[in-house]
Write a protein that binds this ligand. Structure first.
Ligand SMILES: *Cc1c(COP(=O)(O)O)cnc(C)c1O
Length: 336
């Protein structure tokens, strides 16, 4: 029985065409800047994001960490959402390694940070306070796309207070496809943008940090410091190029599958889904309290993997077909 894995969009496996371009990639020592495939990936990604330069890194965590270390010095602070990946899911790296203080704040239902509240958190120039240097946003955030026009207002605020603006765009291409806009348009208000190649796009490894050439030169130094200088990394970068060239437009299929899944589940007794939050490839499913804890095991017995939780997060991706969605709906129906 083939497994339907809805735990995350990180679980995809490279297909034979991707493996072939990876195996045949021209490589060199990237720490010596000798790897033409890494250069090509960095230029391609920077171009798609409308930035001057890119930096290939091992993971999204390393990408955000290099960005924070480059934007902020010891004793500086960055304003970030309470649920943001950089704040809660990256091991406190910026604080541990950079002496950078996070200033977390509650997020709105759509994932944005209320800019009036952000403004109140920007510290005056007074030696009692950490120096507020950076505002960090996330798009998509829990599958939701940041509202149109909002990021321009965030840019205006950042400019007014002399802050830099970083986007954790792990799933920025999902947002771009959903909004039917080029990724560069969504990235434009930001000084720096991090995108993951290994989420919905389906590459096995890697992220790219993009920004000005000067910024990326600084981030390249930090990447080496955190142990991210990789040698014949073109083998991995080739997978990244492959997915940027072949897997962006098809994200629309994942979004359609998520919507079908959400609509089907919502019709089942006891299931609750806020459809306004189903925008890209994630569904947050509220389950009957008495059944929620047993459902992951019951689904597993039917060949479906999910992460426990209530609401339960279900994620569609490259390796989940329309037929898999129908099978999943039948399994939920049986169990409930
Ligand atoms: C996955 C993810 C990252 C980076 O995660 P890695 O597992 O380190 O690649 C960063 N931000 C968001 C929003 C993510 O979902």
């Amino acid at each position: 029985m083939s497994v339907i894995d809805l735990r995350s969009d990180t679980v995809t496996r490279p297909g034979s065409a991707m493996r072939r371009v990876m195996a045949e990639a021209e490589v060199g020592d990237d720490v010596f800047r000798d790897d033409p495939t890494v250069d090509r990936l960095e230029d391609l990604t920077a171009g798609m994001l409308g930035k001057e330069a890119g930096l290939f890194v091992a993971s999204g965590t390393q990408s955000n960490l290099c960005a924070l270390l480059t934007h902020c010095g010891r004793g500086d602070e960055y304003i970030v959402g309470q649920q943001a990946h950089t704040y809660i899911y990256e091991g406190g790296g910026a604080a541990a390694l950079g002496g950078i203080q996070p200033q977390p704040m509650d997020q709105e239902k759509d994932g944005s940070l209320d800019l009036e509240k952000v403004e109140k958190l920007i510290k005056p120039d007074d030696y009692h306070y950490a120096r507020t240097r950076l505002l960090c946003l996330e798009n998509t955030t829990n599958g939701r796309v940041l509202p149109d026009g909002y990021t321009r207002q965030a840019q205006e605020l950042a400019t007014r207070f002399g802050l830099s603006l970083h986007l954790d765009g792990a799933r920025l291409f999902n947002a771009a496809v959903q909004m039917e806009k080029p990724a560069a348009a969504l990235a434009a208000p930001f000084d720096t943008v991090s995108v993951c190649l290994s989420k919905g796009l389906g590459a096995p490894v890697g992220s790219v940090l993009a920004g000005s050439a000067e910024f990326i030169a600084g981030a390249r130094r930090w990447r080496k410091v955190v142990g991210g200088g990789m040698r014949q990394a073109g083998l991995l970068a080739a997978g990244g190029i492959y997915v940027l060239e072949n897997h962006v437009e098809r994200l629309a299929d994942d979004h359609a599958n998520a919507r079908t899944l959400a609509e089907g589940l919502r019709a089942l007794v006891g299931c609750r889904i806020d459809m306004t939050l189903v925008q890209t490839n994630m569904v947050y499913l509220g389950l009957p309290e008495d059944k929620a804890s047993e459902i992951p095991q019951q689904l597993k017995e039917r060949g479906i993997l999910v992460c426990p939780g209530n609401p339960m997060r279900l994620v569609t991706h490259l390796d989940v077909s329309g037929e898999d969605i129908q099978k999943t709906l039948r399994a939920f129906e049986e169990i409930l």
